[in-house]
Ligand binder design. Structure first.
Ligand code: HEC
Length: 453
């Protein structure tokens, strides 16, 4: 059934095809069904993965299984023929909603592709899908639950900017549903990216210029060869899943905010990328309470009761695929578990502030090396260290803010493995000292080009 939707000419089984199930699953004990959300394709680019096209089941789908046997029961594919990294792994909420006068057992999902889905969870019947952010890859869904793709949304070569980007309009930061307000609270966002097909892509090939090929990422794309036009955003969205429309929102200064928790006391809690923990009125969005925490937040809070008292707990810490290169606050930790209750008298601890504020200057380099340095950097360093001096560094330091000493001694990290146990891979078998000189030229050259005059 799945194989018929793939083109075997590119031997997709060699890369495995993708389709990991990497976020929370959901289980309905009454129906005895297990719902799994399936990830994107590998390589990302469908022109390379399945050149003749095809839906590529079960990528970017919700699949219902019999949990006792593992047998297939039904599926709904949110994004047929994914080519944009539109995972459908985002967690699935089960609820009973009144739709057109009848109570239906539904599941709800707001995956990366920017549409909010309501699906009958007994049968898999498509009920509705509407965009909860700006979307350019599709104009909507037909009555069979198939997206109406926008022209040019999967150009063969590019560059083209798809909205939402691979970072997702909503990623793994949990959304929550409050049956009292009837609203879903979504950490919505936009992080612009421009894609271009990598025409020379080959499985596991390490080649300068091919994005992150040096660490084995099989994308089939280059990114941001031209600058994106969209602007990044992040907001908390209160969404009515029956009317399929926004009810209120709270704007933030950055994407990549934490997951949400909503309570019977009519509250919504959320931690933010800029290092706050906030409680809102769940019906109106009025900000009721906020405290500073020790870094940006990506996790979701939880609530619990002990001896008749209610507590709210949040794991504060920054990270993830966006947080690795970027941060929205100079508060850089430490990561902490915070617990709150009404009338609590604890003191909020001070955050450590980043000392990486000065752009690196004065490292000698040969300007003729910069062009080759770009290709090496894109193939080996970009998605961890970001663009030097443009991104500001999240969990991984931005090399544009390193000291001149560090750049001069780059070999210690890149070839000698000085920080392997802290997540910095050794490239001893992939790069040479000559390559290092080119990488240094790219880092210092880029910083010199972006330094405010
Ligand atoms: C998988 C992610 C990852 C990749 C890929 C990666 N790094 Fe790193 N790098 C790290 C981490 C994490 C650290 C910080 C280690 C620590 O805590 O000291 C680091 C630290 C460094 C440092 C020290 C920076 C400082 O100011 O302390 C340099 C220099 C460096 N990396 C260069 C590179 C270069 C050049 C490349 C590409 C050839 C590269 N890294 C690829 C994760 C990565």
């Amino acid at each position: 059934m799945a194989a018929e939707t793939w083109d075997p000419s590119a031997q997709y089984w060699k890369a495995g095809g993708g389709g990991t199930v990497w976020d929370a699953m959901a289980y309905d004990p009454d129906l005895n069904l297990l719902y799994i959300g399936v990830g994107n394709g590998s390589p990302w680019n469908r022109h390379l993965r399945s050149p003749a096209g095809g839906d590529n089941l079960f990528l970017a789908s919700i699949v219902a299984l019999n949990p006792d046997t593992g047998d297939y029961v039904w599926h709904y594919q949110n994004t047929p023929g994914d080519t944009w990294d539109y995972t459908s792994t985002q967690h699935i909420i089960l609820a009973d909603l009144e739709l057109d006068g009848a109570v239906r057992k539904v599941l709800m999902q707001a995956p990366k592709n920017g549409f909010f889905y309501v699906i009958d969870r007994e049968t898999g019947e498509f009920l509705s899908a509407e965009p909860f952010v700006e979307v350019t890859w599709a104009t909507g869904y037909d009555e069979n639950g198939r997206p109406i793709e926008a022209e040019g949304a999967r150009a063969k070569t590019g560059p083209w900017e798809t909205i939402p980007s691979a970072y997702g309009a909503h990623n793994w930061h949990p959304m929550s549903y409050n049956p009292e307000t009837g609203l879903v609270y979504i950490p919505a966002q936009g992080i612009p990216l421009v894609q271009t097909t990598d025409p020379a892509w080959e499985l596991n090939r390490h080649m300068p210029g091919s994005t992150m090929s040096g660490v084995g990422w099989n994308l089939g794309y280059f990114f941001n060869e031209v600058a994106p036009e969209a602007t990044p955003f992040g907001h908390l969205l209160a969404w009515d899943p029956v009317a399929q429309k926004e009810v209120w929102r709270a704007e933030y200064i950055s994407p990549w905010n934490g997951g949400t928790l909503t309570t019977a006391g009519n509250l919504v809690f959320q931690g933010t990328a800029d290092g706050r923990f906030i409680a809102y009125n769940a019906s109106t969005g009025e900000l009721l309470w906020q405290v500073p925490v020790t870094s940006g937040v990506v996790a979701a809070p939880m609530t619990w009761e002990h001896d008749g008292e209610q507590f709210v707990t949040i794991a504060v810490g920054w990270g993830g695929v966006y947080g690795i290169m970027q941060r929205a606050t100079d508060k850089v930790g430490p990561g902490r578990v915070f617990t709150f209750k009404r009338g609590g008298t604890g003191e909020i601890p001070m955050a450590e502030m980043s000392d990486r504020t000065e752009l690196v200057a004065g490292v000698p380099y040969d300007p003729d090396h910069v062009a080759e340095g770009v290709g090496l950097y894109v193939a080996n360093c970009l998605f961890c260290h970001g663009v030097p001096g443009v991104n500001n560094g999240g969990n991984v330091p931005n090399l544009g803010y390193s000291t001149a000493d560090v750049l001069t001694n780059m070999k210690a990290w890149v070839l000698d493995g000085a920080a392997v146990d802290r997540g910095m891979p050794s490239f001893a078998d992939k790069l040479t000292e000559e390559d290092l000189a080119k990488l240094v030229a790219f880092v210092q050259g880029t910083v010199d080009a972006v330094r405010p005059q």
